[in-house]
Design a binder for this molecule. Structure first.
Ligand SMILES: [Zn+2]
Length: 86
């Protein structure tokens, strides 16, 4: 019960699992709390939700939108790997 609060990198790593509802409840709570306070991670969540919405719609993705998704993915990747050096 005294786990440290996850930082942005940790939340970024958990985010996809969280949104797929495959994360365990304590982590889900940590992520939800973090997303409430952290604008940066909130934006990332919105990006993932947008990707999921488009994918699950089954519609063909327009080229411009596909590029936007790639950018969002790259952004998420960068966030997840931030701190590895570079
Ligand atoms: Zn954050």
């Amino acid at each position: 019960m005294t786990d440290p609060r996850p930082d942005c990198q940790t939340v970024a790593r958990w985010l996809q699992t969280f949104l797929d509802r495959e994360i365990d409840a304590p982590r889900a709570n940590e992520v939800r709390t973090h997303l409430d306070d952290c604008r940066w991670c909130g934006l990332e969540r919105d990006a993932y939700l947008e990707i999921k919405r488009i994918v699950s719609s089954g519609l063909a993705v327009p080229v411009d939108e596909a590029r936007a998704i790639e950018r969002l993915r790259a952004f998420a990747e960068r966030l997840a790997h931030d701190g590895d050096g570079a």
